[in-house]
Ligand binder design. Structure first.
Ligand SMILES: [Fe+2]
Ligand SMILES: [Fe+2]
Length: 196
C-alpha cells in the first residue's frame, strides 16, 4: 500500500471540504480500497487512481445536505438525479483548484476525467476508471462504511445488507467483487446478522 503521506499536500488542501456528507469517513476508507485494487491490478496507475478516489466526491461540499439526502439517495432513480450530476461537475472544478499548485498538477486531466461522470456514466472508460469505481463501492461492505451509508438510505443493517448484496453485480472487477464478498461476510458476523 502506498503511504497516504505521499499525497499529503492534496489531503491538506481538500480537508476543509471533507465534512460534507461524511466524506471525512468515505474518502479515507475508499483510499485504502484503491490501494488494494492497485495491488491486484498492477497495470492501473496508482497515482491517478489514488488522487481520483481522494477527490471524486468533494463536490458534495457545494450542495445542501438535506437536498443531497432527499434527491441523491432517497429518490427514485437517484443515481441519475440532478444533484448527482452537480456533485460531479463541482468535483471536477474543485479538484482542478486543489491540484493546481501541488506536485500532482500534471495529473489533473486524467484525474478529472475519472471524476467527471463517476456516478452517472454507465460505462467506465479504462482500467483506472474501473478500479476507482470499485473502491467507491467497497467501503460500504466494511463495518464503518456500512454504519455511515446505511444511514444515507435510512436502512437498518439487515435491510442495507440485502441492498448491497444486490449491488455486488455492479462491480467492475472480479477482484473487487471478491473483496466485497469477503468483507460482507466479516461485517455480517460483526453485526450478528447471521443470527438476527
Ligand atoms: Fe459520487
Ligand atoms: Fe463516492
Amino acid at each position: 500500500m502506498t503511504d497516504p503521506q505521499r499525497y499529503a499536500t492534496v489531503w491538506k488542501r481538500m480537508a476543509p471540504y471533507m465534512a460534507a456528507r461524511r466524506n471525512d469517513i468515505h474518502l479515507p476508507l475508499c483510499f485504502t480500497w484503491v490501494q488494494k485494487l492497485c495491488d491486484a491490478y498492477p497495470d492501473a496507475d496508482r497515482d491517478i487512481c489514488s488522487l481520483a478516489i481522494m477527490l471524486h466526491d468533494i463536490g458534495w461540499y457545494s450542495i445542501d445536505n438535506d437536498r443531497i439526502m432527499e434527491e441523491g439517495f432517497r429518490s427514485e432513480n437517484y443515481i441519475q438525479s440532478d444533484v448527482r450530476y452537480l456533485h460531479e461537475a463541482e468535483g471536477v472544478r474543485m479538484a482542478r483548484e486543489i491540484l493546481s499548485g501541488t506536485e500532482w498538477v500534471h495529473l489533473t486531466d486524467p484525474v478529472c476525467t475519472i471524476i467527471d461522470g463517476h456516478d452517472t456514466r454507465t460505462a467506465p472508460r479504462d482500467l483506472n476508471d474501473r478500479v476507482v469505481r470499485d473502491a467507491d463501492k467497497l467501503w460500504r461492505y466494511e463495518l464503518a462504511g456500512l454504519c455511515v451509508s446505511a444511514e444515507w438510505f435510512q436502512d437498518d443493517p439487515k435491510a442495507y445488507m440485502t441492498r448491497i448484496t444486490g449491488f455486488l453485480r455492479l462491480f467492475e472487477t472480479d477482484e473487487g467483487r471478491a473483496m466485497a464478498e469477503a468483507e460482507m461476510a466479516r461485517t455480517s458476523q460483526a453485526l450478528m446478522l447471521h443470527i438476527l
